[in-house]
Design a binder for this molecule. Structure first.
Ligand SMILES: [Zn+2]
Length: 209
C-alpha cells in the first residue's frame, strides 16, 4: 500500500509511505497529523531521499524524533541537508529545524530491506544527487523532481545542470520499467510510466518548475 502525504506549505511536495513487507518513507517534506499518528503505530524501516531540496527534507528532524532508529538513505546531496543556501531554503526564505544525524550513502544498486527489493537509480540534473527508487513488487517508481508528470524539474538552483538532466531523462526513457508501472513524483499526481512524455523527442514539453 502506498499513501501520499502532501505538505501543507505552499510548496506542495509529496511524501510517500510504502507499507509492504517493509515500511519505507520516500522523502520527508511533509508530516501531516495523519502521518504523525501512523508513525507512532508502525516501525519505519528506512527513509529514502530523492534529493536534498528543503521542501523534501524539512520534516526530517521531526520524523527522526518519532523513529530514532530508522536509517536515512541519500545519494550525493548529503551536503544539501545542512546547508540552507544549497537546499534552497535561503532562496525561498524558509527556515526549518536542521538535521545532523547520519546518512547511508546511495549508489546505483539493489537494496533489500525485509524482503522488499528497491532498485536505486541516480538521476543528476535537478540536483547533483537526484535519485529514483523502483519498487518492482509494488509496481511503483519514485522519481523525485527529475520528472514531474508532463514536465521536468528546474535546473537553475544550486548544483542544477540542464545537460545532466537531459542525460537523466534519456536514461529514464531507456530503463526496463514495465509500462503499467505507476510513477510517483515529488510534486503533483502520479502517472503511468507509459504516459510520461518523451522529453527528448518533444522539447516543448519541458516546463521548468
Ligand atoms: Zn527539488
Amino acid at each position: 500500500m502506498i499513501t501520499t502525504f502532501l505538505s501543507s506549505a505552499d510548496f506542495g511536495s509529496n511524501t510517500y509511505l510504502i507499507e509492504s513487507t517493509a515500511n519505507i518513507l520516500i522523502d520527508a517534506g511533509s508530516l501531516t497529523k495523519r502521518l504523525k499518528e501512523k508513525l507512532k503505530k508502525i516501525s519505519l524501516d528506512a527513509i529514502f531521499l530523492t534529493h536534498g531540496h528543503f521542501d523534501h527534507i524539512k520534516e526530517l528532524s521531526a520524523i527522526k524524533s518519532l523513529q530514532p532508529k530508522t536509517p536515512i538513505y541519500c545519494a550525493e546531496d548529503r551536503d544539501f541537508l545542512l546547508s540552507p543556501s544549497k537546499n534552497g531554503a535561503h532562496f525561498f526564505h524558509v527556515t526549518f529545524p536542521s538535521f545532523s544525524g547520519n546518512f547511508l550513502s546511495l549508489k546505483e544498486e539493489v537494496i533489500k530491506i525485509k524482503g522488499c527489493s528497491i532498485q536505486v537509480y541516480l538521476f543528476p540534473g535537478h540536483t547533483p544527487g537526484g535519485a529514483g527508487f523502483y519498487f518492482s513488487d509494488e509496481n511503483a517508481f519514485f522519481l523525485g523532481d527529475t520528472v514531474l508528470g508532463d514536465s521536468v524539474g528546474r535546473t537553475d538552483l544550486y548544483g542544477g545542470s540542464n545537460h545532466q538532466l537531459m542525460e537523466s531523462l534519456k536514461k529514464i526513457s531507456l530503463l526496463p520499467i514495465k509500462e503499467n508501472t505507476l510513477c510517483y513524483f515529488g510534486h503533483g499526481e502520479s502517472m503511468l510510466f507509459c504516459d510520461i512524455p518523451d522529453f527528448r523527442q518533444d522539447p516543448k514539453n519541458i516546463v521548468l518548475h
